[in-house]
Design a protein. Structure first.
Length: 150
């Protein structure tokens, strides 16, 4: 990405690296999470799918795609794998037999609980050098950045 200096900006000042640093943090977090989830035989994408179904049981693949911010094709593959592993069961929508609704099985809830604990522990590690006030300030700043783009 090429950034152009804004009118009136000082040429000796480099543009902020907020996006670059945010991306690096996200990639590092995902990589470390994948490493820690490996013994459970689950990926971060599968964990996100289970999180969506925990939040909204009995939901459609289209809704899961939006929640997880992935393509319908990816969602279909994630659901198929989760169903094969016994984490999810799907049943026809009562009003539209072409739409399948997914819910977690007890095994799916257990694997989600274990994966979520791993993710929360990693998040805690990532934030460990910040004070509570710094974490709240960071959250507020990120919310403002998102609102600026919406």
């Amino acid at each position: 990405m090429v950034l152009i200096a804004q009118k009136g900006s000082r040429p000796d000042k480099a543009p902020p690296e907020v996006l670059k640093l945010t991306r690096r943090m996200t990639v590092l977090f995902r990589d470390r999470l994948e490493e820690r989830l490996r013994p459970l035989s689950i990926t971060s994408a599968q964990l996100q799918l289970l999180a969506a179904l925990t939040k909204e049981p009995g939901t459609s693949g289209a809704h899961i795609s939006r929640f997880c911010q992935v393509t319908p094709q990816t969602t279909h593959a994630l659901l198929a794998t989760a169903e094969q592993r016994g984490w999810v069961q799907r049943s026809p929508h009562p009003e539209n037999a072409h739409t399948l609704l997914a819910t977690l099985t007890p095994q799916g809830r257990r694997i989600f609980s274990r994966g979520k604990a791993i993710a929360l522990k990693l998040q805690s590690q990532m934030l460990s050098s910040l004070t509570g006030a710094e974490v709240r300030r960071l959250e507020a700043t990120l919310v403002r950045l998102i609102e600026n783009l919406e």
